[in-house]
Design a protein. Structure first.
Length: 94
């Protein structure tokens, strides 16, 4: 699962993520990757679930529900499929 945590003021970040998702639908489906976006107002940051207290950015969550990778950088998306493909369960699926 890929989760994007952004504030309501991060429209550019959200647009870049959505563009990536639209351009990579086949790769996402092949890896069973589900996407969620969590948008919050600046004063709601304290209410984020503890799992997402690293702040704004991209969270890659594994099948086991644990955080596998986190990045505040949009460039993380360029490495996403390589990171997933190196995971043991993905190796088994291939």
């Amino acid at each position: 699962m890929l989760i994007s945590v952004v504030s309501n003021f991060d429209d550019n970040f959200s647009k870049q993520v959505k563009k990536f998702l639209m351009n990579n639908t086949c790769n996402l489906n092949e890896r069973n990757l589900v996407f969620f976006e969590y948008k919050f107002k600046s004063n709601e940051y304290q209410n984020l679930p503890i799992k997402y207290k690293l702040g704004k950015g991209l969270y890659l969550i594994g099948y086991d529900g644990n955080l596998k990778k986190f990045s505040k950088s949009i460039e993380f998306l360029d490495l996403l499929f390589d990171i997933i493909d190196e995971m043991p369960i993905r190796q088994f699926e291939m």
